[in-house]
Design a protein around this ligand. Structure first.
Ligand code: ITT
Length: 194
């Protein structure tokens, strides 16, 4: 089965590529001729994930899925959450987002947080969502050079290193995205012919 992954984020694409079985072929947005930035202006991960998949399905008529992910910090009432990509404001970069987060958390001892991914699959007109959550904490200083986004400041529960200190395979084994993708793959393999 060929399926489009509706993302502009190459890091997500690389992680998910590693998790797919033979027989499930990912098609990128470029390959279907979609060059525009995908809109995501909903108020929830579920809403944004659905918005991105729906746009590609409607316009290009191809089975597709989208991933919307947020880092939810408990002491900050779930911030940055759905605003993770633009936490420090439009036009600011990932370094700015991390700096703002560390600053807001400076005086907190409770640094608990979770990464949450919602994947929306649209195929043959059916819509299905899959969630993946990993709990952990936001550490005080960045550590590690791998991964992307907030990985250098997120240490998953039960581990002594951040996601940015793990290989992609180690991260995929336990991550929010890894969990959601395994549910997606199970669903596709039981519901669709290859
Ligand atoms: P698409 O919408 O095109 O898929 P995006 O980068 O805008 O790409 P999201 O809105 O889902 O994706 O992600 C919000 C931000 O959260 C993203 O820019 C990263 O900085 C961060 N993020 C997402 N997944 C992450 C992960 O596995 N590890 C660390 N940070 C992550």
């Amino acid at each position: 089965m060929k399926i489009c992954f509706a993302t502009n984020n190459v890091n997500k694409l690389n992680e998910i590529q590693q998790l797919l079985p033979e027989g499930l072929t990912l098609v990128s947005l470029q390959e279907i001729g979609c060059t525009e930035e995908l809109r995501e202006d909903q108020l929830t991960l579920e809403g944004n994930s659905h918005q991105k998949a729906e746009y590609v399905f409607q316009k290009y008529n191809i089975p597709c899925f989208a991933d919307d992910t947020g880092l939810e910090v408990f002491a900050l009432d779930g911030e940055p959450g759905v605003y993770s990509a633009r936490y420090a404001g439009e036009g600011r970069n990932n370094e700015d987002n991390i700096s703002l987060l560390l600053k807001k958390l400076e005086s907190f001892d409770n640094r608990g947080a979770q990464f949450r991914t919602v994947i929306t699959l649209i195929a043959e007109g059916n819509i299905k969502q899959f969630e993946g959550v990993v709990k952990g904490e936001v550490i005080r200083e960045k550590a590690g050079g791998d991964g992307f986004g907030y990985d250098p400041v997120f240490k998953p529960e039960g581990y002594d290193k951040t996601f940015a200190q793990m290989t992609m395979a180690e991260k995929n084994e336990i991550s929010h995205r890894g969990i959601a993708v395994r549910k997606l793959v199970d669903y596709i393999s039981t519901h669709y012919k290859s």
